[in-house]
Design a protein around this ligand. Structure first.
Ligand code: AMP
Ligand code: MG
Length: 301
């Protein structure tokens, strides 16, 4: 997943912690193998993406489950989240080693814009319905991997831990009897935080930012979070943060919120999800669930 994963285990013996980390690493690696678009071993996502239109393809149960969740969030977010942007992501080059110097042309983008619905399910099989409909779980798979890692830690008997995958994280239990205290990065000042939260036990916090993968051209920033309606990087936000019951939800909603902006805040409030959105000028927009958790500035001590 192109990121360093950090495990912090609290109140366990070194042996138990090591066994837990090993199991969690194996579980997270298995998620990467299932969802990777480029692994040499191949997987059902790759087979689906390269299948002819209307050909029934069996997706692994985990992929099918995450596709259903992705399509649900696509619908709930009014199209801000889409698991169908693989061709566009490839065109923009954000997942390749060779970085672009210039954006693609309008015509190139338009030509790769998938139109919905992209797929149809028949029993255990799925069909690709249209050209340019290729799956990319980049907006949700890291969260799912964190959830699988947490499950493995729990199965190893660990009750207090934090898994941090490049700033996307989920807590288990507490840290020396207190909530895990987590900072939220400032989108423009690398070593500064905009604020912090005490993460409730079991919950996940995930941030999407325009500083994670981008290139500059003609004085503009072109980043990896695309507006599915246009195929171009979403324009209004600099970062978005979600706190939710698990990391799959937090990951998907942080990407969706980044694209959709503050119009999603009331919906997320109803869904018991805490949400924070920063525009390009770093003005904060938060819903009430987030207001209850978020502290601006630096924690004392
Ligand atoms: P994240 O860093 O979790 O916000 O996800 C960004 C990654 O998800 C990108 O690198 C793409 O692989 C994919 N992606 C980009 N735009 C979207 C979108 N609007 N909805 C879902 N996934 C997206
Ligand atoms: Mg995401």
């Amino acid at each position: 997943m192109g990121t360093l994963v950090q495990f912090t285990i609290s109140e366990s013996s070194p042996e138990q912690a090591q066994a837990g980390i090993k199991a969690a690493t194996t579980a997270m690696q298995a998620v990467e193998n299932q969802f990777s678009l480029h692994s040499e071993a191949g997987n059902s996502v790759q087979r689906f993406n390269h299948a002819a239109l209307n050909q029934p393809i069996h997706l692994s149960p985990e992929v099918a489950q995450l596709l259903r969740l992705s399509e649900q969030i696509q619908q709930q977010s009014g199209g801000a989240f889409s698991p169908w942007l693989a061709e566009l992501d490839q065109l923009w080059g954000f997942s390749s080693d060779q970085e672009r110097q210039q954006p693609p042309s309008k015509a190139q983008v338009l030509a790769r814009l998938p139109s919905m619905p992209c797929s149809q399910q028949q029993a255990e099989h799925w069909q690709r319905l249209k050209p340019h409909c290729q799956l990319d779980f980049g907006g949700i798979a890291k969260g799912y991997a964190i959830d699988q890692g947490i499950k493995a830690l729990q199965q190893a008997g660990i009750q207090h831990a934090l898994i941090n995958a490049g700033g996307d994280l989920r807590a288990l239990g507490m840290h020396h009897g207190k909530a895990w205290r987590i900072g939220i990065r400032h989108p423009r000042k690398v070593h500064e935080i905009i604020g912090w939260v005490d993460l409730p036990a079991g919950m996940s916090m995930v941030t999407s930012g325009d500083y994670e993968r981008f290139f500059m051209a003609n004085g503009r920033r072109y980043h990896h979070i695309l507006d599915p309606k246009t195929g171009w990087p979403a324009r209004q936000a600099s970062s978005s943060t979600i706190i939710a019951a698990n990391a799959s939800l937090a990951d998907a909603w942080s990407t969706a919120l980044f694209v959709a902006g503050p119009r999603l805040l009331p919906y997320l409030q109803k869904e018991k999800i805490a949400a924070l959105w920063l525009n390009q000028q770093q003005d904060l927009h938060l819903n009430e669930n987030m207001q209850a958790l978020f502290h601006a500035g630096q924690p004392n001590g």
